[in-house]
Design a protein around this ligand. Structure first.
Ligand SMILES: Nc1ncnc2c1ncn2[C@@H]1O[C@H](COP(=O)(O)OP(=O)(O)OP(=O)(O)O)[C@@H](O)[C@H]1O
Ligand SMILES: [Mg+2]
Length: 568
């Protein structure tokens, strides 16, 4: 029996089990032998018997550790494990916290499991650890070492144990503790396929999804680089700040049907990973937002990011040196993000670059030569102007849907513009910009959203019919409507704000009328001038024709006279 116990005690936890078993056996023996209830005297006897036995076990253990050859110990351990596993119906999988390769970073699998278990941990574990996330704004609770919690998957029970073991002292650990922390998953042998094929994937996916949901989202902008590898801000291509824009689809003023259509579209996109894979399309979607200034294009991007819980990469195209740098920037973005290029029509001269008729090319070449000459002149004079971006339309087209664009997945690319007609059709064709959304002047439905948000006027108001009429008769951007609805002092209430809006709408209507009249007058004057020019031109042509006719007659006469002379 003692030999068996020693055999079982090849590693410390087993040693503890062995001691417990021994105590139990000693007590039951006494109980059986004496047929008396266990009392204090008996316990004393147990301890008297136990002391030398434990000492013997410890001695044997130390001898074993110190004097048994390493290989032999390995063999013994292997056979003991086999023996134990023969009777033991459970299997274990271990997930270490630190990667053994590289710089001992935290393993992604461990982090995902930690997040996945956080819910069960907080309800089941007695000892918890708290880790700060979102830059210290919230806490994630995980079970502390030597805690065990259970989980259930498709009706089968599994156990998760958190533990740690000391690492070799020769390893210089950059981590906070010189210990190897790990999660151990215990499950019944019969569930082997279920766990390895399905449960583990589920845990990792869920863990990652929780991390993404609860992460601190960022707003990035590209750093200006020299194109040769060196970049500002510690070599990073993007620098980010915490994304805190409060715009949501609830605060966005637009036609409710159109709004719902966009929400549905976004939701479908975010859940369509498998569908995109099935149809052989990169998991990305392009949105073109266009409309006059102040109609909510930027607000909509923020609302999209908040709805999908994505990061935002605000790409400043003019700071990108060339197409290669643009590609590198794309590779440096993560999935679950929106890449935004605002005012695409102003970013670069991307219009008409595909119109390659000869004349245009010649003109361009001519212009280029002149430009080069000016640059050369400036250099000589010591004036070195900042380098212009060399990003081309084809570079941008590749950025949107070239081979590289598939990297990372789950990405929205959003362009905004005030002048959609200025853009090259290739840039905004479906497939590149899949959904075109026009954001226009404030309609009555949009106004109602703003009135609700800004003044808490929910259903109706006595001024609403008049505002409705005025909004139908004149164009006012949601930005202007919002500004009029915003109380400017504590004395102002819904009534005063709505009255101010009515006044502003009337003024806008009047101004629009005057402008239209002015334009009408200008048009009429232009027409009149054109008419006059045409008349003058007609007169000039008629005079010239008359003159020419006179000239021909004179010539004819001359010929006749000359002919007569020759004849003579
Ligand atoms: N549709 C809208 N819903 C709610 N608020 C809006 C809307 N449009 C504009 N606003 C308000 O007007 C401000 C300006 O809007 P925003 O920056 O989104 O306009 P934009 O279309 O991006 O303009 P620009 O073309 O000049 O960039 C926002 O801060 C917001 O308060
Ligand atoms: Mg904007």
């Amino acid at each position: 029996m003692t030999f068996c116990l020693v055999l079982k005690a090849f590693y410390t936890p087993s040693l503890v089990i062995a001691i417990i078993l021994y105590i139990y056996k000693a007590i039951t023996n006494i109980h059986i032998n004496l047929k008396t209830p266990i009392n204090f005297k008996m316990m004393q006897d147990v301890w008297t018997q136990l002391g030398p036995t434990i000492a013997a076990i410890m001695f044997t253990w130390t001898m074993y550790q110190n004097y048994f050859p390493h290989e032999l110990r390995g063999h013994i351990r292997r056979y003991t494990d086999k023996l134990v596993s023969y009777f033991y119906p459970y299997m274990h999988i271990i997930f270490y916290e630190l990667e053994t390769e590289g710089w001992f970073e935290r393993s992604k699998a461990y982090v995902a499991i930690e997040r996945y278990l956080s819910k069960n941990s907080s309800t089941q574990a007695k000892h918890l650890k708290a880790n700060a996330v979102k830059d210290g704004q919230s806490l994630v609770l995980t079970m502390d070492d030597h805690e065990e919690i259970t989980d259930e998957y498709k009706g089968e029970k599994v156990w998760w144990i958190s533990s740690q073991k000391p690492t070799s002292r020769q390893i210089i650990s950059l981590h906070r503790e010189d210990e190897k922390r790990y999660f151990k998953l215990k499950f019944h042998k019969k569930n082997r396929d279920l766990i390895t094929n399905s449960y583990l994937k589920y845990v990792l996916d869920e863990g990652k999804a929780i991390s993404v949901r609860e992460r601190q989202r960022k707003l990035y902008t590209n750093n200006k680089g020299d194109g040769g590898g060196y970049r500002y801000r510690g070599g990073r291509m993007w620098s980010g700040v915490v994304f805190e824009h409060p715009s949501t689809f609830d605060t966005l003023a637009m036609d409710p049907n159109k709004k719902q259509e966009i929400i549905d579209d976004l939701e479908t996109f975010s859940k369509s990973k498998d569908y995109y894979a099935k149809i052989g399309k990169a998991w990305k979607r392009g949105y073109l937002l266009y409309g006059p200034p102040g109609t909510g294009k930027s607000s909509m991007i923020a609302a999209m990011a908040n709805f999908l819980k994505y990061d935002v990469y605000d790409l400043e195209l003019t700071s990108v040196k060339d197409n290669t740098e643009l590609r590198k920037l794309l590779i440096d973005t993560t999935g679950k993000s929106i890449i935004v290029i605002e005012d695409i029509d102003c970013s670069l001269d991307l219009t008409g670059q595909r119109e390659t008729n000869k004349k245009k090319k010649e003109e361009e070449d001519k212009g280029k030569n002149e430009e080069d000459a000016v640059k050369e002149k400036m250099k000589k004079g010591g004036e070195v102007k900042e380098k212009q971006s060399e990003v081309t339309l084809s570079g941008l087209l590749n950025f949107i849907d070239g081979l590289w664009s598939a990297i990372g997945g789950e990405r929205l690319i959003v362009f905004t513009t005030n002048y959609v007609e200025k853009l090259d059709p290739a840039l905004i064709r479906r497939g590149r910009m899949d959904k075109h959304i026009v954001l226009s002047y404030c309609c009555f439905e949009s106004f109602k959203v703003l009135a609700h948000n800004y003044l808490d006027v929910v259903e109706s108001h006595v001024h609403f019919p008049e505002i409705r009429r005025l909004l139908e008769e004149t164009n006012m951007t949601p930005a202007d409507v919002a500004e009029n609805l915003m109380p400017k002092s504590s004395k102002e209430n819904a009534e005063t704000c709505l009255e101010r809006l009515i006044k502003a709408l009337e003024t806008a209507k009047e101004e629009a009328k005057l402008k239209a009249e002015e334009e009408e007058r200008a048009k009429a004057a232009e027409k009149e001038k054109e008419e006059k020019d045409r008349e003058e031109k007609k007169e000039v042509t008629a005079t010239e024709e008359a003159k020419n006719a006179d000239g021909v007659n004179e010539k004819d006469n001359g010929f006749k006279e000359n002919g007569d002379v020759n004849k003579d």
